[in-house]
Each structure stands twice: as structure tokens, then as C-alpha cells.
Write a protein that binds this ligand. Sequence first.
Ligand code: HEC
Ligand code: HEC
Length: 160
Amino acid sequence: MRIFASGSSNAQPGRGLGWVRALAVVLLTLSASSRAAESFDQAAALAKLREKIAGSETKPAGEVFENIELLKRMPAERLLRMMEMGFAKSLGVKCDHCHDPDNWASDKKTEKKVARQMFRMVGEINGNQLKKIEGLQSKDPVVNCTTCHRGEKKPATELK
Ligand code: HEC
Ligand code: HEC
């Protein structure tokens, strides 16, 4: 009993701490490297895309890109700016929330499909619902992604 108690209080703490430290180092290294591998460089991706569409910036997105359903007539360069400011920034995400950056045209991600439906909903609100409301301050009132999302994936329903 005494041997056990003194043994554990002398030997264990040092060894225990060594283990904890070693484990902490391993875990920190692992999480840092996986974060580095996962981190997506949005600025670099945009630069690469702009390089790819060079000379076609003002052509309709529907002709420049592969899989455009909604924004066919928007100039290609404007579509990229809309992706950056209108979609990514307003939701507080980067491109890879909705895209596989190795295949921008792919519709595999649910978030991209949701975004198309959100876009249609915004069109319905602006083109139809808001126009029916009388007595507003603006002549042409609009909502956009930022109106609801305000930098969050999930819009708030209460004030913090
Ligand atoms: C909230 C989701 C969302 C985010 C975030 C987003 N996109 Fe998109 N992106 C879409 C949708 C939806 C389309 C298809 C638009 C359509 O059908 O008209 C699209 C289309 C594209 C296309 C055309 C691909 C093709 O060939 O058809 C490119 C390129 C693109 N996005 C780049 C970007 C970049 C770069 C970013 C980050 C700066 C980004 N997107 C962020 C949803 C998103
Ligand atoms: C009228 C308010 C409103 C507007 C405007 C709006 N959204 Fe949303 N959005 C929502 C709500 C509500 C959800 C569902 C959040 C949840 O899961 O509870 C959502 C969810 C999403 C999601 C899923 C996010 C995730 O990761 O789960 C995407 C993507 C999205 N919206 C994109 C857009 C885009 C792009 C626009 C602009 C074209 C837009 N939204 C405009 C209300 C709005």
C-alpha cells in the first residue's frame, strides 16, 4: 500500500506528464498539418480562374463557363465577383463550401444546389412579393443574400 502510494507519487507524475506532452505535440502537429492541407486559398483560386477566362471577361457566363443555369447572360468576370462578394462573403464561407475547386462546374455539393434555389427565391421576393407591398420607403426595394445571411451560413431568427 505504502510502496504503491509512494511509487505512484514519485514515478507516475513525471512519466504521465511526458506522455501528455508527447501526445500534445503529436496532436498539435497533426491538426496543424491537416489544417494546412484543408485550407483553401480563395485568392489563388480566383486568380487562376481570371487567368483562364482572360479575353472573355465580358462574354456571357453561359458561353464562358460549363454549367450555368441562372446567370447565363451575366458577363463572366461579373459572375466571379458575384461568387466572391455576393455568395461567399455574404454567407461567411469560401468557394469550397459550394464547390469542388478541382471541378467548378460540378453540381455534386448540396450547398451549390441550395444556392441556386436560394437565388430563385430571392428573384421571387424581389420580382413579385416586394412589389406587392405598399407604402415602402424605396421605389425599388430589394433583398439579396446578405439581407438574410449577414456573414452566416444559417440566418439568425433572433437578435443577439
Ligand atoms: C453559396 C454557394 C456558392 C459559393 C460560396 C460560390 N459559388 Fe460559384 N457557383 C455557385 C452556383 C449555384 C453556381 C451556378 C450558377 C448558375 O447556375 O447560374 C456557381 C458557378 C460557378 C462557376 C461556373 C462553373 C462552370 O463552369 O459552370 C465558377 C467558375 C464559380 N462558381 C466560381 C466560384 C468561386 C471562385 C467562388 C469563391 C470566390 C464561388 N464560386 C463561390 C454557388 C457558389
Ligand atoms: C429571406 C432570407 C434568405 C435570403 C435572402 C437568402 N437566404 Fe440562404 N438561407 C436562408 C435560410 C432560412 C436558410 C436555412 C438555414 C438552415 O439550415 O436553417 C438558408 C440556407 C442557405 C444555404 C445552406 C447553407 C448551409 O451550409 O447549410 C445556402 C448555400 C444559401 N442559403 C445560399 C444563399 C444565397 C446564395 C443567397 C442569395 C442568392 C441566399 N441564400 C439568400 C435564408 C435566406
